[in-house]
Design a protein around this ligand. Sequence first.
Ligand code: ADP
Length: 151
Amino acid sequence: MRRAIFPGSFDPLTLGHYDIIKRGVTLFDEVIVAIGVNADKKYMFSLEERKQFIEEAFTDEPRIKVVIYKGLTVDFCKEIDVEFILRGLRNPADFEFEKAIAHTNRDLAPIETVFLLTSAKTSYIASSIVRDVIRNNGDYTKLVPKSVRHK
Ligand code: ADP
């Protein structure tokens, strides 16, 4: 069975992430959305909220799982016996950043990183933009799946 993890902060899940995950399950038997915990980072949404948004967005898709992990992504891959890391690419900045991470990961473990190019419609969406729109009371609902709501 081919399984991939899709790691990130998902603060919050956006339509950009949603698109990559949906397309990911056409390539893999299972996509595990893995929320990485970084104790030094401040988040807008709690870990539980972020997890719930993703679970609710994919309730109809049993091949998409959501987990929380700490530490190195490759260590977590080994722990749960996953051979692929799925990542999305939006622009050259993403490429440079992802290239360094993918090369480092491959030095650390025999795990392949598979990249999907963002869809044209969601290419400009980032969690940081969503948070900015929320902070300034704008309509963020067009940028995120229906399950994502700020209280
Ligand atoms: P981080 O890894 O900085 O916490 P995110 O949680 O936002 O970043 O993103 C996780 C993954 O989703 C990354 O591979 C990122 O490139 C990808 N991604 C984020 N937004 C989009 C988008 N609009 N289109 C395609 N991929 C995206």
